[in-house]
Design a protein around this ligand. Structure first.
Ligand code: BG6
Length: 492
């Protein structure tokens, strides 16, 4: 089976921060892959912008290096590489000064009435100044769209200010806030599973679901990002955005369509229904941890403080939270969230644990009846498993086993799994905001997160240490086991 390629309209995509890490690792390879697939029209142009002085040729050289580092060599053999590099241009611009803006304005004006997209792959403090300049130089007109990346603020107040600054020059229907988790194949599959099958939705509530687990575990540490990471921590870096977005997709009511506002209205209702966590309950429903030296992928790895080069930081590299959605559908169903760096393996999955059968008609000798589970695996090995009880094959009496109906997407579809940025970048060109966070969603997420952060600050307990290469502090295991449940790992 091959994936469908729908070409997009001609566009000019201007990437601010074009020589940075995000551009090198994600944006350039993603655009190349879409070009390779035949999805970019001839009139698609990419303008790299940063403070560095570079010619078009030097930027193309930078991009070809990015491709060599992040795209398999077998995909770089054809003439498509030259075609892609030919789309690239470069303008040196000082985001906060005047240098380069007139040149950028004429470069973009030279592209006629193509769709204009500005991707701000820069430090967030530049989002406001760049939007202001885009306004001043007449570049925010003509339906131009702006794309911004997290972190969107570090708390509610700063997020409001940032959204306000951007909103002065770009109306909300032209602001694209990326949460790359929403672009992941399996995350969208969650919507397909829920809303394209009659099977699950009638059971999707507190009468039939016992609890939900959301795990986003990483085996890598913070490494060279320690400087940024130390100002954020796992709550701001992962929970406020990626994990809450996953929670929303699991918990939201069926939207009336996939129209951007229909979906985002439903997600917003979930965020607003989250039970507040504050100094009264923070100790019983959250755990924060920080990794110490240990082993990962067979080798010794340093602890967070060593990577940071400071002994004082109390930034959490692990968070576990027992969240609750206070509405009729979900009352009494805990959503256990956990994420961390330097955990035992890199795995992101959603486990929907159903309630057990109300009564067993089998005698005790058949083995225990385990509850059904739906496991949606985001990465690696994207797929879906539905755990069922079946009879062990063979003659004689009945013995029961818990086994998965197991669908690996790689095996079932035999197509390359596109990176989230490939889909999201072209969604911006298509003008489809469904997979982007609306302003009020980001703000509602901060409203829930802020009191947790402030309760942690007030409690003044340091994060609990955990050894790199494990599943986090033992308190996180206790958090779920107190409720008579267990974290499930690796598709279990
Ligand atoms: C980013 C975080 O948003 O997501 C990183 O800032 C994290 O700290 C990354 O490593 C994880 O993304 P993925 O797609 O590798 O799971």
């Amino acid at each position: 089976m091959t994936s469908r390629v729908i070409p997009v309209a001609p566009f000019v995509l201007t990437v601010f921060g074009a020589t940075g890490d995000l551009s090198r690792r994600k944006l350039i390879p993603a655009l190349f892959h879409r070009d390779l697939a035949g999805q970019l029209p001839d009139e698609a142009t990419i303008v790299g912008v940063s403070r560095r002085h570079m010619s078009d040729e030097e930027f193309r050289h930078f991009a070809s290096q990015a491709l060599a580092d992040h795209v398999p060599a077998s995909e770089l053999e054809g003439s498509e590489v030259e075609r892609f590099l030919g789309r690239l241009h470069y303008v040196t611009v000082n985001a906060e000064g005047e240098e380069g803006w007139s040149e950028l304005a004429s470069a973009i004006a030279g592209q006629g009435d193509r769709i204009r997209v500005y991707y701000l792959a820069t430090a967030p403090h530049l989002f406001g100044p760049i939007c202001e300049k885009l306004g001043k130089y007449g570049l925010s007109e003509q339906g131009a769209r702006v794309v911004i990346e997290k972190p969107i603020g570090k708390d509610l107040a700063s997020a409001l200010a940032l959204n306000e600054q951007v909103g002065r020059y770009f109306p909300e229907d032209r602001v694209y806030r990326i949460d790359h988790y929403l672009g992941k194949e399996t995350v969208q599959n969650l919507m397909a599973l829920r809303f394209a099958n009659a099977l699950f939705e009638p059971l999707w509530n507190n009468a039939h679901i016992d609890h939900v687990q959301l795990t986003v575990a990483e085996s890598l540490g913070v490494e060279e990002r320690a400087g940024y990471y130390d100002t954020a921590g796992a709550m701001r870096d992962m929970v406020q955005n990626h994990l809450l977005q996953l929670l929303c997709l699991v918990a939201m009511e069926p939207p009336s369509s996939l129209d951007a506002d229909a979906v985002r209205d439903e997600k917003l209702k979930v965020l607003r229904a989250l039970k507040p966590i504050n100094e009264h309950n923070v100790a019983s429903v959250t755990v924060r941890g920080q990794y110490r030296a240990g082993a990962s992928s067979g080798g010794a790895v340093p602890g967070y403080l060593e990577e940071l080069g400071s002994t004082r930081s109390q930034t959490e590299t692990f968070v576990a939270v027992k969240a609750e959605v206070e509405n009729w559908r979900w009352a009494g169903v805990p959503f256990y969230l956990r994420t961390g760096k330097r955990l035992a393996s890199r795995v992101s999955e959603i486990v929907v644990g159903f309630r057990n059968v109300p009564h067993s008609v089998f005698g005790e000798s058949v083995g225990a009846i385990e509850p059904n589970r739906l496991v949606i695996r985001l990465q690696p090995d994207e797929g879906v498993k539905l755990w069922l009880m079946i009879k062990d094959p063979g003659p004689g009496g009945i013995r029961l086993s818990h086994v998965p109906l197991d669908m690996s997407f790689a095996k079932a579809f035999k197509v390359r799994n596109p990176d989230a940025y490939e889909r999201l970048l072209l969604d911006v060109v298509r003008g489809n905001q469904t997979l982007f966070m609306r302003r009020d969603e980001v703000e509602a997420a901060w409203k829930w997160v802020d009191p947790i952060l402030s309760a942690w600050r007030n409690v003044k307990e340091p994060p609990r240490p955990y050894t790199a290469g494990t599943w986090g502090p033992s308190a996180a295991i206790a958090l779920i086991e107190r409720d008579g449940r267990t974290w499930l790992e690796d598709g279990a």
